[in-house]
Write a protein that binds this ligand. Structure first.
Ligand code: ATP
Length: 369
């Protein structure tokens, strides 16, 4: 690990070249492989990826609940861990709060005492504790519950209490480990909105773990997509969705049509690819040569039904099925014997079995090696 340079004032968390192996009887598991990232002041950085890709491990390393094998972690300008020097700041002194999927409230303590816990621990004067706990409970809409026990609350309410406990100490950095996974869909959506507005109001920085793409997009300023212990791509939700730089990221965030093809060449600034559904033109600047096998990805919402029968990126097809899904309608079309999925906010006036033209703009045709 290189010598650390001074941390810019607006960076709250920095991990550098973090590697973590778990030792098991059946050999080592490489949970983190040379991971680097920063979380800026007031930023919500979401770690997104499938089960087992190392999200929780990274969060636990930052919290100090797990010790990395290699690398360095800085929080609020202080190196809290480096592989040369070991643990320099223990978990309770790192100035971070954590919110878990399982709420992790003390069942034998009242709501008030649960929320007060970080303050009691830090020996904050009793009168301050009362005011701060009540303010935190009001913030999450649970002022009425201070004398109840966690067992007397719903899952959503318990998670609000856990949120109150995380914000009460004003730590400035909050780590979230799948905080909304245990509550039902309606409550999840509501809590997500409240969490976003609460973060705006309080301005804390967040490192937020989820495997849910919609949640990531809704919550994040930036998303770090992870793949088996490594960072596949970091960017704004828009960049991750519209400009995925690998098939892995494209597949993980949103639906895609995938067509294998062969590069024909370039013409008029467009890359031409012969695919199983015909010749497609792309605006991608990907570095490929004629004859090279590639995979073409097109998102269903970027395909449209057209009255034309031929032209650039227009293909004749047969409508196989139509499914009304509320927000959009999903159409399955057949180009030859290949299925193509389209999503449209409009009701297309085509009956199943009828002929349609489908088209896509070159900027929506993504080509991957
Ligand atoms: P999930 O969404 O399922 O929680 P995750 O992305 O958070 O997944 P981690 O929990 O960080 O992934 O796990 C990363 C890898 O390390 C996985 O292969 C996991 O099986 C392994 N692992 C995690 N904890 C341990 C442990 N205590 N001992 C051995 N292997 C572990």
């Amino acid at each position: 690990v290189p010598m650390s340079t001074p941390l810019p004032a607006d960076v709250r968390i920095r991990v550098r070249n973090l590697t973590k192996r778990y030792r098991t009887p059946r050999g080592d598991v490489l949970a983190l492989n040379n991971v680097s990232m920063t979380v800026n002041a007031g930023e919500k950085l979401v770690l997104l990826g499938p089960s087992g890709c190392g999200k929780t491990t990274l969060l636990r390393c930052v919290a100090g609940l797990e010790q990395p094998d290699e690398g360095e972690i800085e929080i609020n300008g202080t190196v809290v861990f480096s592989s040369d020097r070991g643990i320099l700041v223990p978990p309770e002194k790192r100035g971070v709060s954590m919110v878990f999927q399982s709420y992790a409230l003390w069942p034998h303590m009242t709501v008030f005492d649960n929320v007060a816990f970080p303050l009691t621990n830090a020996r904050v004067p009793k009168s301050d504790i009362r005011d701060r706990v009540r303010a935190a409970l009001a913030m999450v809409g649970c002022a009425a519950f201070e004398n109840r026990f966690p067992g007397q609350l719903s899952g959503g309410q318990q998670q609000r209490i856990a949120l109150a406990r995380a914000i009460v100490s004003n730590s400035g950095v909050i780590l979230f480990d799948e905080p909304l996974s245990n509550v039902d869909a309606k409550v999840r959506e509501q809590l997500r909105i409240e969490l976003v507005s609460m973060q705006k109001k309080l301005g804390f920085s967040a490192l937020y773990v989820t495997h849910d793409q919609t949640e990531a997009t809704a919550v994040a300023h930036r998303i770090a997509v992870m793949n088996t212990g490594s960072v596949a791509q970091i960017g704004s939700p828009y960049e991750i969705y519209e400009r995925p730089d690998s098939r892995y990221v494209a597949d993980f965030v949103g639906a895609t049509n995938e067509f294998p093809g062969t590069v024909v060449g370039r013409k008029d600034g467009l890359l031409l690819v012969d695919t199983v559904i015909g010749r497609l033109a792309s605006r991608d600047a990907v570095d490929v040569d004629a004859g090279q096998p590639v995979v073409v990805l097109i998102r269903p919402e970027n395909l449209h039904v057209t009255a034309e029968e031929e032209g650039l990126n227009v293909m004749g097809a047969t409508l196989e099925s139509t499914m009304f899904l509320g927000l959009f309608t999903e159409y399955v079309a057949l180009v030859g014997d290949k299925r193509v999925i389209l999503r449209s906010m409009r009701q297309e006036l085509v009956r199943e079995g009828g002929a349609i033209g489908i088209g896509v703009h070159p900027e929506h045709v993504r080509v991957f090696r």
